[in-house]
Each structure stands twice: as C-alpha cells, then as structure tokens.
Design a binder for this molecule. Sequence first.
Ligand SMILES: Nc1ncnc2c1ncn2[C@@H]1O[C@H](COP(=O)(O)OP(=O)(O)OP(=O)(O)O)[C@@H](O)[C@H]1O
Ligand SMILES: [Mg+2]
Length: 359
Amino acid sequence: MKFNRKEPYNDLPLLPPKQDFYESLNIYKMLSKSRASLAELKGRSPIIPNPLMLINTLVLQEARDSSTIENIFTSNDKLYRAFALTRMEKDINTKEVLYYREALWHSYQILKKNKVMDLDLVINIFQVIKGTNKEGIRKNQVWIDNGLIRVYSPPEPGKVLINKIKNWIEYENSNSIDPLIKMALLHYQFESIHPFSDGNGRTGRILNVLYLCHKNLLDLPILYLSKYILEHKIEYYRLFAEVTEHNKWEEWIIFMLKAVDETAKFTLAKVNSIYDLFKETQEIVKGKASDIYSYELVELLFQQPYCKISFLVEHKIASRNTASRYLNRLVNLGILERKEEGREVIYLNKRLYQVLLKS
Ligand SMILES: Nc1ncnc2c1ncn2[C@@H]1O[C@H](COP(=O)(O)OP(=O)(O)OP(=O)(O)O)[C@@H](O)[C@H]1O
Ligand SMILES: [Mg+2]
C-alpha cells in the first residue's frame, strides 16, 4: 500500500530500514565530525566537580526549549525560581517544564540502574511529562496536522501499534550499526509510531539523550537537541515527510548528525564557561572572604542559579544564623543578588545565570 497521509500508516516499515544509506559517504563525513564533538564533550564534562552543577542548570534550559516546541513559554527566571522556591505558586507552563525535567532525570536514573530500555521506561517518561499515571500506549487514532492540513496519520492502535513499538524497543537494545546513525533512525521511527495520545515529541527528545547515555557516548544526560530542532523546525518536519513519502533517509540522518555536532559544541562551550566561572568565584571568595570560604560553599552556589539559607543548612555548611551571614557576605562581594519572594529570601548567582541565559 502506498503511503496516504489521511490513512493510518499501518505499513510503516519495521526497523532497520532496508536501504543502502549505510554506504553513504556524506553520512560518514558528517558522522566523524559528530562523533568527535560528542567525544570531546564527554571527555570534558568530568572537570565539573559535581554532576548536579551541569544537570540542574542545563536540564532546565533543555526543559524550557523542548517545551517551547509545544508552545509552552515560560521565562528562564520563573523557571529557576520555581526550582528553588518551595512556596511559589507555579503556573501551568512552569509546571510542564518542571515535569519535563523530572521525566528526564528520573528516566536517566532508571536506565543507569537497569541498563535496558524497556517499554515500561518509555511509558513512564510519557506519564511524568503529562503528569498522569492513568494513560499508557494510546487506544485511539491520532493525526499530525501542520495547522492547515493533515500531514501524517500514525499506525492504528491495537496490535499494529504494539507490534511496531516492540520492534522499536528491540532495535534500541540491539548492537548493530553506528549508534549515532541509529539514534536518527530511532527518533524518526518513534515519532512515526506516535505511541501516545500527546507528548510524543517531548518523549522522543528525552529518548534521544537517554540513548546516547545508554550507548556510553555520554556519561550524563547533557546533550539536548531541542534547541537545534526548534531553530530548524521547518526543515525537521520536512525531512520527516521525506523519509515517510520518499524513503529519503540520507538527508534525515545528516540533519540529526549535524544537530548532534552543533549541540555538542554549544554544550562544550557552556561547560567551559561554567567551569571558568566556578574557578573564578572560588578565587574571589578565598581571597576576599577567606573566613567563610569552603569548597562546599562555592560548589553549592553552582548547583543551581538560586540559593537559599536552607540549602546551606541541608548541606551542613552552616547553621541558620551563620548561613544568612555567609550569604550576605557573598552579596557584598557582588557574587550573589538578594531577592525577596513573598516570605522567602533567595539569592541569585548573577554571573552563572548570565552564562546560562546566553544562547
Ligand atoms: N510528518 C511527521 N511524521 C512523523 N512525526 C512527525 C511528523 N511531523 C512531526 N512529527 C513529530 O510529532 C511531534 C509532535 O507530537 P506530539 O504533539 O504528540 O508531541 P508533543 O511533545 O506534545 O509536541 P512537540 O513535539 O510539538 O513538543 C513532533 O515533535 C515531531 O517529532
Ligand atoms: Mg502535543
């Protein structure tokens, strides 16, 4: 049966594609670049002493970018504050972004422990993103519209759909071709299966970074393609359709490899900036406030852009009274900025915040 955008695409071929892009020189040229950039990022990230410093900061950025694709706008500042404040009323957009972050972090932990990608994990990601535990694989037909016309109808629910998602899981866990090429194939396939009623885009983007961790191309889930996809959204959608309608895999794979290459370079620059700033801040506190200096204190200021008294107490850096004195000293040094939020007081690491904002 020929592909018909208005009919459920039950003939969506199983993985791997029967196509000889495996020999494509263009793919291999791009592949070597992407692999090099990714390896450099993987090699460099351990300079950041505490993985939470990268995770908390970059993940929130990703969560925001990924959710923007779904038109959930929420400003960086609101997000970071929501992360630090316990009593803040969170609006729906901020909540969605925090769900995304939670889904990513939680699934990374599970994958690290179990070392297999299974259907439960995929469903769990979807559920956390949607803030539900009731729904799973969809039982109804859904369609993809571009605002004007129906561009794609994924396979029908039931046996057909289950069969394809099982094939996806099997292929994810197999060792066959180069893992970066495979990530591109898996991403196309996942979105084409469209296993859920909604949230397939976000779930699929989380699966990309998890896959890189699963295949040991990264130790931490810090390569986020959402920004790139968002910035090249029209091309991304066009290339999807090219695979479906004309079996044109080569361009799609190159697009995804390029996304990896550029994003790895961007992230590496971020990692370096965070590290430089961390070192600099250490020197300032050591030099100008040696009586309050401890490695743990400065490290804490980098675990997320906002800090508060209770964080110092929880990390056993200082008692309540001393903690507030410490933070005020850091305000006087120009490192932190004090902000009152209702009855809570939070302290912003100004320069870290600027580093994170820069795109
Ligand atoms: N022609 C297409 N064929 C297959 N998949 C597509 C096509 N066009 C878009 N997609 C995928 O569908 C996703 C949107 O699906 P869905 O609305 O379920 O996910 P979402 O997470 O809610 O949205 P978004 O990805 O926009 O944030 C897109 O992100 C894209 O990955
Ligand atoms: Mg949606």
